[in-house]
Ligand binder design. Sequence first.
Ligand SMILES: [Zn+2]
Length: 309
Amino acid sequence: MEIKSIIKKYKYNKELSSFLKRLYPLLVDFFKDENLIYNALDNCEIIMCGDISEYARKDPSLYESLSLSDNIDLCGVYVSEPFVKYDKKSRTFKVDYIDRSILINGSDLYYDEVKAVLVHEICHLIKSYNHEFEVRNDVLTHRSGFLRTISIIKKEEGYCSDESSFSNGMGLEEGLNVYTEKLLCEKLGIYREVEDEYLIVYEMAKSLMMFPSENIQDIIIKAQIYHDNTLIDKKLGIGFYKLQDFSDEVYFKTFELINNASNYDEKNHIFKEMCEYVEANYKGIIESMHSHARKRSNINARDARSSNS
Ligand SMILES: [Zn+2]
């Protein structure tokens, strides 16, 4: 599998091509599934669109799906639009095809910040690609790493409206995606500071990746790309879901508070208070994962003893 054929297919320019050639082996090394990475990149065009808002304005459905407004400053986004069809014969909805693209705010890769955003969005793509959408009756599930969004399909035209959507797992998923982005960027010699809005969930995700349990990083990455939590459940138990819910709460609260802050001091004060709130609650969640891991290792030790005797 050669990235060259993808570069040719989308007629990527020299700059983007050489960046992808450097990034590709690092992605394979990190996610360990070249097939999936290749197919994901092969089915998603990267568009350096200058200004995302202006670009999206030409396409009303894209503009709506990005929930853009004049005061939103989007650096990059992975867009994935499913086209759902009603099959009269089987009387079921089916995902006919998926239109995927990565939009980058910028026209070239001159700045490190733009490169980092591209890495971030490519990671979102890879963690979404495998069985990204699933339909059951009139319920459409979208998965992107640990983020899961459920929408109700409107019978008439297979259309899902935002009002009918429910999602969870975004806080932890964003934290983990920033963690992966940072790691890959370091290998590419790109430096980028984590933005304030992401800093707390990034720290939470980092401590999850460092959790002292065998192969934990591999287990987390596999759960993200294959959308299967079986091993996570075994290793971390209910504590993982407590962490996921808490990350959501912290992520949305931080975003809202920081965006509403009127000046730098206020922003700093909010941030400090938020960190204290997290510290007060976080220990209990981590302890719940530790106690699950301890119980499991006791069971394993008991099993080993009984099989030896
Ligand atoms: Zn993201």
